[in-house]
Unconditional design. Structure first.
Length: 869
């Protein structure tokens, strides 16, 4: 049998046999059962982590840092309560241990009792790390322990970031304290520098003074000797003073001085009584000066208006002069016009008589023309009526002609009908136009009659209204008088222009003088202000003088009283002078001793001068060092002051590195990522099960050849494979919601993948039977590990890596990744090409096996059929 006949028979046999049809229908859903169940179960397991129970035990006892209590463990627990990564259960250590042993918790997070205490040791000599204990229950589920380890690393980073931020805040606060201390130190060093400078200057002066003293010590010694000699003379003079004081007191000189002082006091009191009148006069003078100043201020404020007014007056005079010139030119034009009018009136007077004589003949001619126009209108009206009658007759003739044409043959009617139609239209148009002309001529005739009447009426009125020659003569004499008056006006108006020119010169002088006036007013205002200010000062001085006179009077009274006291004192002074004389004697003895001690003083001064020089040199170094210290401390304070701690700075210290993730061909979840792998697995298992429920080696008829046998079997497998792929794709796309880059390409690639696996299974089972199925299962196992559907190829054992390039699932997984995630359709077509090579090569292998089997099974049957034939 031919291949297509055998294929139809295969489908007929499948439909008739429920034992084959039902299993095949079931096999259609095997790929989606594999792929769909796996993808549904593992679609996005991380979304369910909040259902994964994790025990948290907080044993932290807290600590004290910078006088403030801190509880890092409690803060971590509070953060975990807001964290939905896992199902956190905060229990005691005993409950946690019991839950781990009873397989209730997948992992345990324990915060030790020294957690906060160790956090305070960062700045100490022996800092201790914060140990966060993580205990996974790996026997319960290994993958959960791996997920938990990742979560613990994240928690560790958050705790470290929080601690770093806290210490960063502390460090920046310390830097600010250091900056303030450096600033204070710089200020103190600056004061030290200033003090050392002053000390150096003082030391220099002391040294200079000691050197001077050293040089003068000899003179001092001589002076002491002279002082001793002078004290002897002082003893003599003191005696004379005592005698003089007694004389002063005895002659009553002080009494006379007291009388004179009393008279001075009386005069000062009189002067003091007159100061009020002087102050009043100065105050009135000051008020008057202020009024003058205020008036000048107003005058100054008006100078701007004066300047503006003179400027506007000058500009107005210039415009007035220009207008006068234009008026003068216009008057001259009027003068010329009057002259021309006079000449024309003279000529008009002569023509007026001639025109009056010709008016009757002209009117007769006009009436004759109007009568002729009326006759022409009547003729036109008659002609129009005649034309309308002719058009009506022509219309009747055309109608008769139309009737005659209708009796002619049809072909002649078709040829003549356009002409008849045009003739009808033309006659109708002529009738219409003739009617319009008739109406127009009637209206024109009426208007001609009306015009004739109006002309007759107007001409009769015109003749009555024509000017009288005598009135025209009066008009001529009036124009002559007007011309003479205009000539006189022009001559006088020219004189007005000359006067305006002279006025313009005066206004310009006024404009220039106003500037000088304004300057003088400003100077006068400034001087008046100064006078007012001086009078104010004078008023204050007068008040002070009055107070001084008052004080002087009081002082004079005190002098008078003091003279009395002086008299008593002179007596006492005389007594004291005696005592001074005695003391000077004692002083004389002491000076002699001083002369002896001055020698010892000179030696001490010499030594002190040498030491003072050394001190001065040392202070120079102190001054330089203190200046440099102040400068460096100031720089340190400035630089440390620039270091500002903000929340952004603390966050930068805590987390200096931020990871920016830019995903290329983003895969949103586990389900999407595993779709290529599980779909390939499902299609392969579907092809494998299809080989079990559908016989690949048995035939429903006698095939003509191995190729026709292949066509009959592969046709069925092809149909089932396409349906398997389409069913799986539809449920994945619209049931689970798998997102792909192109739905048509996704379905196409799934079909090609299904056919590649079917070709592989058909080849193995056709060639080796059940052993072929076993080989297919081994092939599936190898493909599951080497297709890079889960872990990258580089992570599997080196021994298995070479199998990757020789198995079809490698290319099905790669191509589906391109369609589902990356959108690299060029790469997809490359994988389709490789899968097509697998299909062709494996199909050729199947054809070869079936050809060999055909020769063995159907050789005798073919020979018998040929003999019978």
């Amino acid at each position: 049998m031919k291949g297509n006949q055998l294929l139809r028979k295969e489908f007929t046999q499948i439909i008739k046999s429920k034992k084959i049809l039902i299993p095949i229908i079931a096999v259609l859903f095997v790929p989606i059962l594999y792929a769909g169940m796996f993808l549904w179960a593992f679609w996005d397991p991380y979304k369910q982590l909040d259902d994964l129970p994790v025990a948290v035990v907080n044993l932290d006892k807290g600590a004290v840092f910078d006088g403030k209590p801190i509880e890092v463990g409690k803060g971590l627990v509070d953060n975990l309560k807001d964290n939905t990564s896992f199902k956190w259960e905060f229990v005691s250590e005993k409950e946690a241990k019991k839950g781990m042993e009873g397989r209730k918790y997948y992992m345990l997070v324990r915060i030790p009792d020294d957690f906060s205490s160790n956090a305070t040791t960062l700045l100490k000599d022996d800092p201790k790390p914060l140990n966060l204990e993580y205990i996974p229950n790996e026997s319960l589920n290994f993958l959960s322990s791996q997920i938990g380890g990742t979560a613990i690393e994240k928690i560790k980073g958050e705790v470290a970031s929080t601690l770093t931020k806290t210490y960063a805040e502390k460090m920046f606060d310390s830097i600010q304290d250091v900056s303030k201390g450096l600033a204070d130190g710089a200020e103190g060093a600056s004061k030290l520098h200033d003090g050392s400078s002053e000390l150096h200057d003082g030391s220099s002066k002391v040294t200079d003074g000691l050197h001077t003293l050293q040089g003068k010590s000899g003179e001092m010694k001589d002076g002491v000797q002279k002082l001793a000699d002078g004290s002897n003379k002082l003893v003599d003079g003191s005696g004379k003073v005592t005698a003089g004081l007694n004389t002063l007191n005895s002659k009553s000189g002080i009494g006379k001085l007291q009388d004179g002082s009393g008279k001075v006091t009386d005069g000062l009191n009189t002067l003091n009584s007159k100061t009020g009148e002087m102050q009043k006069g100065i105050s009135e003078l000051h008020d008057g000066s202020e009024k003058v100043t205020n008036g000048l201020s107003i005058l100054v404020s008006k100078t701007g208006e004066l300047k503006t007014g003179t400027t506007e007056l000058s500009n107005g005079m210039e415009k007035l002069a220009g207008g006068q010139r234009q008026l003068e030119e216009g008057s001259q034009e009027i003068q010329k016009g009057l002259q021309e009018l006079n000449n024309k009136v003279q000529s008009s007077v002569a023509g007026l008589g001639e025109m009056q004589s010709k008016v009757p003949s002209i009117l007769n001619t006009v009436n004759e023309k109007i009568d002729g126009a009326g006759a022409n209108v009547n003729q036109l009206n008659e002609l129009t009526q005649s034309t309308a009658g002719d058009a009506k007759n022509a219309t009747q003739d055309v109608a008769n002609l139309q009737k005659q044409i209708e009796s002619l043959p049809k072909e002649y009617q078709e040829q003549l009908q356009p002409f008849i139609t045009n003739a009808v239209k033309s006659t109708a148009t002529v009738q219409q136009k003739a009617a319009g002309v008739a109406g127009g001529t009637n209206k024109l005739n009426e208007e001609v009659k009306q015009l004739k009447g109006e002309i007759s009426e107007k001409t009769s009125g015109m003749q009555s209204k024509m000017p009288n020659p005598e009135d025209v003569g009066n008009l001529t004499s009036g124009i002559k008088k007007l011309t003479n008056a205009q000539n006189e006006f022009v001559s006088k108006f020219h004189g007005l222009g000359e006067g305006l020119g002279n006025a313009k010169v005066g206004v310009d002088r006024l404009k220039n003088g106003s500037g000088q006036l304004i300057d003088g007013v400003n100077q006068l205002f400034d001087g008046s202000g100064k006078v007012t200010e001086g009078l104010g000062t004078l008023s204050v001085g007068a008040n002070q003088m009055a107070g001084g006179i008052n004080q002087l009077a009081d002082g004079s009274s005190q002098v008078t009283g003091g003279l009395g006291t002086l008299s008593v004192g002179v007596t006492k002074l005389a007594d004291g002078s005696d005592q001074v004389t005695t003391g000077i004697g004692t002083l004389n003895g002491g000076l002699n001793k001083m002369s002896t001690g001055s020698t010892q003083l000179i030696d001490g001064v010499n030594k002190l001068a040498d030491g003072s020089g050394k001190v001065t040199d040392g202070l120079v170094k102190v001054n330089d060092g203190s200046g440099e210290l102040a400068e460096k401390l100031g720089e340190g304070a400035e630089k440390t002051g620039e270091v500002k701690g903000t929340d952004k700075t603390y966050d930068m210290f805590a987390s200096p590195v931020k990871v920016k993730t830019e995903k290329m061909a983003e895969v949103p979840n586990y389900g999407t990522g595993f779709t290529p792998y599980f779909l390939s697995l499902g299609l392969f298992v579907g092809a494998l099960l299809l080989s079990i429920v559908y016989p690949l080696r048995d035939t429903v008829g006698i095939p003509k050849s191995g190729f026709s046998w292949f066509i009959s079997k592969f046709g069925v497998l092809l149909s089932v494979g396409v349906i398997q792929a389409v069913v799986a794709d539809v449920i994945l796309l619209f049931g689970l919601g798998v997102e792909v880059q192109s739905i048509p390409y996704f379905i196409l690639f799934s079909i090609v993948t299904s056919l590649a696996f079917i070709a592989l299974i058909q080849c193995l089972v056709t060639a080796f039977g059940d052993a072929g199925r076993f080989i297919a299962i081994i092939t599936l196992i190898i493909q599951l590990t080497t297709s890079a559907g889960t872990f990258p190829l580089e992570l599997i054992p080196k021994f298995l890596q070479p199998f990757n390039a020789w198995l079809p699932m490698t290319y099905s997984v790669s191509g589906l990744k391109a369609v589902v995630s990356s959108g690299d359709f060029n790469f997809m077509w490359q994988n389709i090409g490789i899968l097509m090579i697998f299909i062709v090569v494996l199909s050729l292998g199947t054809i070869a096996s079936l050809t060999w089997m055909h020769k063995r099974q159907f050789k005798n049957i073919a020979e018998n059929q040929s003999v019978e034939a």
